[in-house]
Design a protein. Structure first.
Length: 48
């Protein structure tokens, strides 16, 4: 049973290079996102 769970994990690819479009989209999304805390609730709103 132990042999099933003991497998060498594949090498991780650390050479991830996202496109400029992806970075721009994520930055614009994070700028437009507003999180409002009310009592113990959390509301997320996109401000267009």
């Amino acid at each position: 049973m132990a042999n099933i769970y003991f497998n060498a994990s594949p090498k991780k690819n650390n050479d991830l290079k996202p496109k400029d479009e992806t970075i721009s989209f994520l930055l614009n999304y994070s700028k437009a996102l507003s999180v409002i805390h009310y009592n113990k609730l959390k509301f997320e709103a996109l401000q267009n």
